[in-house]
Write a protein that binds this ligand. Structure first.
Ligand code: FNR
Length: 362
């Protein structure tokens, strides 16, 4: 077993004080109501995982237009805010910290869930199928978001950020990764616009920075994080030359002083969206000196080695946290990990959600 000490040094990420560097990655689990209101079992689930240095919530919709995932939670109305309150309180009572991941899915929603045609940077159709209440359905062609609609979109982000603070979250993470709306603007495989939001790198990154500045204006830079997935293919979203794009993004983010930057990276042979496109963390690290969280197929040993080498400040674990509520203590003691059961990732009950066992102390 590698020495895991590097993962147990505290970390200041802006105003967030992490007691360790083992972060719970955002994980959609579909345990909210059909109206996208969180449920009490989510308080149990998150509190069970409160020993994480930081919990990043499952992706949470900023608006009905942006949320097409069945039973995923939102943060646009009062019922949702009230239902999040006992969840953040349970995490805090258990000694944890939790930020809300703010989500607009762009083209990968289905009109049967949102009630309207998807919006995106351009008129494209995502590959594959949307999850809907009626089962899987082919994605629909998106319509390009009008420039005149962007102030309303930014207002949705501001409102969701305000709601997150009211609901008791310690901050927010903007979801700019994984082929959702912001990523659909960033990368040239999906952005064919000829206005101020398309073409050059600066133009494709414009929406991202408008969203970041809108959220920072509400929450403060020191409680705002951002997730990106700079390399590989995410739901058909890809860039022909990602290195200069993300070097520019990192350079501009450096000026804002975010709490942290969080990268989900594809890797060759990985088990989550593998890709041969080179990971860009080393490039981004040169331009962005704030706290850097890396994610994607990490074992405890690789995580400890990555942090010890100074390549990242913390590591986010996704599937290991689904199956191991006590992941932090298992990493500390070297206890074996439970395996996650993918058939209950998005099911609605307690099974595969709050019933994974903790390790019995030796
Ligand atoms: C995810 N992932 C994800 N990412 C994100 O930014 N927001 C989300 O809501 C989700 N939801 C989600 C659900 C499930 C069931 C899985 C398996 C994954 C991606 C996740 O955060 C992480 O990047 C991947 O799981 C890879 O990390 P691990 O699992 O290899 O540590």
């Amino acid at each position: 077993m590698t020495d895991s000490a590097s993962l147990f040094a505290p970390l200041a990420a802006g105003a967030l004080s992490l007691p360790n560097r083992i972060v719970m990655a955002p994980l959609t689990r579909a345990r909210s109501t059909r109206d996208h209101v969180p449920t009490p079992r989510m308080a149990t689930y998150y509190a069970q995982r409160a020993s994480a240095g930081l919990i990043i919530s499952e992706a949470t919709g900023i608006s009905p237009q942006g949320l097409g995932w069945p039973y995923a939670p939102g943060l646009w109305n009062a019922a949702q805010v009230e239902a999040w309150k006992p969840i953040t309180a349970a995490v805090h009572e258990a000694g944890g910290r939790i930020v809300a991941q703010l989500w607009h899915m762009g083209r990968v929603v289905h009109s049967s869930v949102t009630g309207e045609q998807p919006v995106s940077s351009s008129a494209t159709t995502a590959p594959d199928h949307a999850h809907t209440y009626e089962g899987n359905q082919p994605y629909e062609q998106a319509r390009p978001l009008g420039v005149e609609e962007i102030p309303g979109l930014l207002e949705d982000y501001r409102k969701a950020a305000r709601n997150a603070l009211e609901a008791g979250f310690d901050g927010v993470e903007i979801h700019g990764a994984n082929g959702y709306l912001i990523d659909q603007f960033l990368r040239d495989g999906t952005n064919a616009r000829t206005d101020d939001y398309g073409g050059s790198i600066e133009n494709r990154a414009r929406l991202l920075f408008e969203v970041v500045n809108a959220v920072v204006g509400v929450v403060g830079a020191d409680r705002t994080g951002l997730r990106l997935s700079p390399n590989g293919d995410a739901q058909g979203v890809i860039d022909s030359n990602p290195e200069p794009l993300f070097a520019y993004v990192a350079t501009e983010l450096e000026k804002i002083g975010l709490a942290y930057l969080h990268l989900r990276e594809s890797r060759p042979g990985g088990t989550f969206r593998p890709s041969d496109q080179a990971p860009l963390a080393p490039v981004i690290r040169k331009h962005f000196t704030g706290a850097l969280i890396l994610n994607g197929d990490y074992t405890a040993d690789r995580a400890a080695a990555t942090v010890a080498a100074g390549e990242a400040d913390a590591i986010a674990f996704g599937r290991p946290f689904i199956a191991n509520p006590d992941l932090v203590s298992r990493i500390r003691t070297g206890a074996p990990l439970n395996a996650p059961n993918p058939s209950t990732f998005y099911s609605q009950g307690d099974e595969g959600y709050t019933d994974y066992p903790v390790a019995v102390p030796a």
